[in-house]
Design a protein around this ligand. Structure first.
Ligand SMILES: [Zn+2]
Length: 141
């Protein structure tokens, strides 16, 4: 098999340094100008159509807990703590720390992103009222 595509160097795909991922109650994400795909954090290259035309977009921080786990060994913070994948109302799936009672954790419970401190990475998902049918937080601006 022969590949004819030319792969050019791309920027680091990580979060931009000094940029807060969560501002107020919304994520600093991105939206592809070509196909509309949303990303959190803002993607440099669209994962759906590979366009580099990804503009900044606020993505609402409310959603449903898709799945979760307990972390017992952590490099920088006290363990154990819980991590979860959250399906935001906009459809974007985000991995984040869960700050709530472990006994209340269950798949499909409503959660919202909230700041837990002043640092760039100091945010977590916390319990929220039901988000199903809440289009206000689809969150694209
Ligand atoms: Zn796209």
């Amino acid at each position: 098999m022969e590949f004819s595509a030319v792969l050019e160097p791309i920027e680091d795909l990580g979060t931009e340094a000094g940029v807060r991922l969560l501002v107020d109650d919304a994520f600093a994400g991105g939206r592809c100008r070509d196909c509309g795909d949303l990303s959190v954090p803002r993607a440099h290259i669209c994962r759906r159509c590979r366009s580099v035309e990804v503009e900044a977009a606020r993505i609402g921080g409310r959603g449903l807990l898709y799945s979760y786990t307990r972390v017992h060994v952590a490099p920088k913070c006290a363990a154990p703590y819980c991590l979860g994948y959250v399906d935001l109302v906009s459809g974007v799936r985000v991995l984040g720390r869960l700050e709530m009672s472990e006994s209340s954790l269950a798949c499909d419970i409503p959660v919202r992103a909230a700041r837990t401190g002043a640092g760039e990475e100091e945010w977590a998902f916390v319990e929220a009222e039901d988000v199903r049918g809440d289009e206000r937080n689809e969150g694209i601006a």
